[in-house]
Design a binder for this molecule. Structure first.
Ligand code: SAM
Length: 264
């Protein structure tokens, strides 16, 4: 269990991730943590930009994690501010699943918007990520927002998820976050969504990715949107709303996002 591994490394002090150290020594804590402070940690180049493979690599070193923050952090912030600006949280009682969470940046931006002002009750957070070093940092960040957070870490690729990875937890709404992953063609989107829609309840899918039409890219998000609105699939759902939208980030980078809400 990676969760045990993370706790062990905290307790024995073996984690040498300097961002995690800032959390364990309370420099970063639940009163001050924000995406901006996290990104600040990666403010300097680490000269390993080519190792990121345009953001597709499964990261293996602290330098790569910091370089990722430096290179893509502002774009990701701009993407999620845009996605969340038109999103209303109807149910305050939620369970969050962050797919290919990396170091947990989508969760951080979600919490920056909803955790402080709203009475958000987060029943459980599931973090899925094949990079152990990124997952360990994501866990520390999510725990830093609220040490009572109940976190389930899954150190796997998406194709390897078991059918039952979604846990029932009361009547909460499942919020599924896909930050810069649906465009990456290293996994089968429909295999994953068949596992998700096997679970009864309210599901909200929020996704954002770079808008491009090569190496996977936007066509994968478009296909998913089409599957939800395709009338022959209507019998799977009690209610569906599905929006697909394009916009430009502050740095001019084109983005595509999905907001799909279904009751199953
Ligand atoms: C562009 S990064 C996005 C990370 C994070 N969601 C964010 O927005 O910062 C892509 C992530 O996908 C992960 N990844 C790559 N292939 C994967 C796969 N087949 N299954 C699950 N995750 C994968 C990488 O380890 C990396 O963390």
């Amino acid at each position: 269990m990676i969760e045990d591994m993370i706790l062990d490394s905290h307790e024995s002090g073996v984690s040498n991730d300097k961002l995690i150290k800032k959390i364990t020594n309370k420099t970063l804590n639940s009163n001050n943590i924000s995406f901006d402070l996290i990104r600040n940690h990666g403010r300097e180049e680490n000269n390993v930009k080519n190792e990121l493979q345009w953001g597709r690599a499964i990261l293996a070193t602290q330098e790569q994690l910091n370089q990722y923050l430096h290179t893509y952090g502002l774009m990701i912030k701009s993407q999620w501010i845009n996605v969340l600006s038109s999103f209303e949280l109807e149910d305050r009682n939620v369970q969050i699943i962050d797919y290919a969470c990396g170091q947990g940046l989508a969760c951080s931006l979600f919490f920056d918007k909803f955790l402080q002002q709203e009475e958000l009750e987060v029943r459980q957070i599931t973090l899925i990520e094949p990079s152990a070093i990124a997952l360990r940092r994501a866990y520390a960040i999510v725990k830093c927002y609220n040490e009572n957070h109940n976190i389930n870490c899954i150190n796997l690729k998406l194709d390897d998820l078991k059918d039952n990875y979604l846990r029932a937890n009361g009547n909460s709404t499942y919020i599924h976050l896909f930050s810069n992953i649906l465009d990456i063609n290293t996994f089968d989107i429909f295999k994953l969504f068949r596992k998700i829609i096997g679970k009864r309840g309210k599901h909200v899918f929020l996704a954002v990715s770079h808008d491009r039409d090569f190496d996977g890219g936007a066509p994968r998000l478009e296909e998913l949107h089409s599957a939800f609105v395709y009338e022959k699939n209507a019998h799977f759902f009690k209610k569906v709303s599905s929006e697909i939208r394009r916009f430009n980030c502050e740095n001019g980078m084109p983005a595509i996002c999905l907001n799909i809400q279904v009751e199953i």
